[in-house]
Ligand binder design. Sequence first.
Ligand code: MCF
Ligand code: FE
Length: 404
Amino acid sequence: MKIISADYILTCNDKFEILQNSAICFEKTILDIDKFENLTQKYPEAEVIELPKNSLIMPGLINPHVHLEFSSNKSSLKYGDFITWLNSVIQKRDDLLCTCNDETINKQLKIMQKSGTTTFGAISSFGNDFEACYKTPQRVVFFTEVLGSSPNSVDILFADFKSRLRVAQDNENERLIPAISIHSPYSTHPILARNALDIARKFKYVVSTHFMESVAERDWLDHGTGEFNEFFNNFTPNSKPMNDAKDYIELFRGCKTLFTHCVQANKQELELIKEIGGNVTHCPVSNRLLGIGRLEIEHIDKSILNLGTDGLSSNISLNLWDEMRAALMMHFQADLQKLATLLLKMVTRNGASALNINAGEISKGKLADFIICETSCKEIDNMALELILHTKFAKSTFIGGEKI
Ligand code: MCF
Ligand code: FE
């Protein structure tokens, strides 16, 4: 049992309380929160950790959407337009995968760890990231991805998906949680999606999907026209969209699902996502680099919004502080302080709730996943903004009560 005290505790609880001169008593989970003197009296046997002045404790950051298998990308892919990017992914995919080994992934995991990310959702397309995810000290929700549009290949693709999923299932533990990713409505045959979602419902796995990212996706799903028409007809003449947007969302009913991007999702679709208990993952840097535009977060229920970096295939950093700063600049019309508070909620309590992890909050009973940051800010009302502006890395990180 340990007691840790700091000048500030950013609880990220439902009231977004910021406590001053308080302390936390914890083991694997948070046992108590009170004034330091009260806790040392109540738990005299606990080991005491006193932090230097200007220290702040907050929940560990949660990045629900990252593609680690694309970690070797720096300048291989073309940015600015979604279909141009997708073509460059198809062209460079083999090279990118070949040059991405455990060392490349571990380097990124270390950066994520240093920045204070204690839980992440790894979208795994091939399974090449499994070993590194299994060994990392962070909690990993490991999303085995399925995709493929050819009806003739459904059985083979599903068998391959199941064998990759089995690796995660056979190695499941407290820190590595199996999950399922259905790539997108434009790339995944509904039979494939349905079969994979039956597994998700059976085992209560969290699910992730890319949804309504680009104008090309909107045009294709609604009318079978636009840039995807040309794209698919290059492979298979007379291609038609396999999914209708609303029906696609309905497939996920009964599964706890993260819908990533949603920049082109309309009001009805966003309402349906909320109605079925879904969450929306916002990846602002990825959206900017792929020419997607801005997600109108002002029109989305704040409680279902979380923030992801996406992979280095569409980002320059997997550090969520960088992502929050980008979001702060991208949503230029929003009130700065309110947006800063929302972003901190998105990377803590909302991310935890979307990934079904009992963390993301400094509250009794939550997992002791927290980070120590430094702040020279003295005003509580400015704290969220100042933290986002000035934090690059955490001073130290605790996961399940252990310092890592
Ligand atoms: O989120 C971004 C953009 N949207 C779609 N897919 C991906 C993203 N980053 C990586 N991907 C992966 C995806 O998982 O790229 C492949 C899939 O395996 C594209 S489909 C040929
Ligand atoms: Fe993605």
